[in-house]
Ligand binder design. Sequence first.
Ligand code: PEP
Length: 245
Amino acid sequence: MKKTILAANWKMYLDGDASIDFVKKINSNEESFFKSEVILFPSHTCINQVQKNLGTENIKIGMQDCDINTEGAYTGAVSLHSLSDIDFCIVGHSERRLLYNESDEVVKDKLETVTNNNVSAILCIGETKEQKNDGNTFKVIDRQLSILPKDAINGLTIAYEPVWSIGSGELPSNEYIEDVLSYVKNKLKSLYSDEIVEKTNLLYGGSVDKDSINRLLDVKLIDGFLIGSASADFESFKAIAEKLN
Ligand code: PEP
């Protein structure tokens, strides 16, 4: 049976010691995560320590973001090549789009860098509250997906994260999520073969925690979850994983 993806976006929540402490707890509670495919996204500076301390190969590691360039004179930027054994990279998270002014063009270039370097991309899409209230959700989703290349991307995951739900405790209804994910699926079908569409995982992200997960699990099109704050607290992350058992 396909496992449910639990992608843990730790943002800037955990420092080095806290990240190591977290993975040590995963090591000693491995059975709680058997039903999930866990991907941890630590801060860049903590990735090496997390990899060293992780006692299982079942858990994958990713970068929360990367630079478009992989080498050269780019002060302060982090190259995909500077970290080894990275399985995933998040591209186009709304915090990057909104706080760091990343345009669709930048997101497109990053997606290209990630896929050209054999790393699996998690492309984040989602509308703001204002866009939702103006009835523009599908227009926004369509624009954000228009950066997808004509050539199929292997290992692509798309995370639908309504910006208004991130960190707010406010959740869309299951029907709303279902409608958006169907739209995404149809868009993918217009671009790629059935086989590729089948392999493209769809995640939901936004205020997922041990309580909201109960009803979100009823959304058939969801292959997994991108989780922020609730993923940075070991007990709450474990409680979410155990709901899948
Ligand atoms: C996120 O930022 O990707 C996210 C889903 O955050 P939270 O779970 O805290 O809403």
